[in-house]
Structure formats: structure tokens, C-alpha cells
Design a protein. Structure first.
Length: 133
């Protein structure tokens, strides 16, 4: 990721640790007016939509935000975004502005994620070091 653009966009910090796209027309039952580009940085999460370069920002005060050099991200097309590292997986509900830890208590085989994917039925797949969840 070219961090040179960050200053002109007015991002809270220079480093972007993760990026994903939430497509506006991917699911008919979850219509977004415009697609969104989600970005994750040190102590912030936010998105741009395709019609506006003004970023919608959410503060992040969760444990892995300071330690993780890179995160994997995926929208769930239900009002939230998954954000994961190899040791942690969190779910952010942007409607309620709340975070939830995803781990073995939620049925995962481990506590982190190398990759997150949502399929055509909106099933979220998390790939970790130990297994696929």
C-alpha cells in the first residue's frame, strides 16, 4: 500500500494496516447505495464510499490494534466488518459501534485469522493456522 496518499486524504495516521471493499451490489438483500473501501490503521477504522472522499471514521481501542503490523478484513454484508490477525479476530458492528471478540467461545478452532472470505450465501469463512472455520 502506498502510504504517500494518506496525508492528502487526511487519515488519522500514516500507516494503513488493512484494506477491504464492501461492494454496493453484491447481495440484493443488502443494498448499499455506494461501494465502500474500508481501511484499518493504528487506533482507527473507517471507510470511503465511491461517491465521496470524506472518510467515515470509528475510533479503535482494542488490544491488537497497537501490535498488529497487518490485518485481514472482510465486510459481512449485515452491518459489520471482520478484522483479524494471526492471533485475534474481532467483529465490528458499525451500526452499534461495538466490537466483539471472535474465538473458541464462538465456535472457532483458534483465536486468529490469516484470511477472511464471505461466500454467495453470506457464510463467513475464516482461515487460521489450525483449520478453516
Amino acid at each position: 500500500i502506498d502510504n504517500g496518499l494518506n496525508q492528502s486524504l487526511g487519515l488519522p495516521t500514516r500507516q494503513i494496516k488493512g484494506i477491504c471493499i464492501e461492494y454496493g451490489n453484491k447481495f440484493p438483500d443488502y443494498p448499499l447505495r455506494h461501494s465502500r473501501v474500508w481501511l484499518f490503521g493504528h487506533q482507527w477504522l473507517g471507510y470511503f464510499d465511491e461517491s465521496n472522499l470524506k472518510m467515515t471514521l470509528y475510533p479503535v481501542q482494542i488490544s491488537f490494534a497497537e501490535e498488529a503490523p497487518i490485518v485481514t478484513m472482510s465486510p459481512d454484508y449485515r452491518g459489520g466488518v471482520y478484522v483479524g490477525t494471526r492471533y485475534n479476530l474481532k467483529y465490528f458492528n458499525y451500526k452499534t459501534h461495538s466490537w466483539e471478540s471472535m474465538d473458541m467461545d464462538n465456535g472457532l478452532i483458534g483465536g486468529g485469522s490469516n484470511s477472511i472470505f464471505i461466500d454467495y450465501e453470506k457464510i463467513v469463512w475464516c482461515f487460521c493456522f489450525f483449520d478453516v472455520c
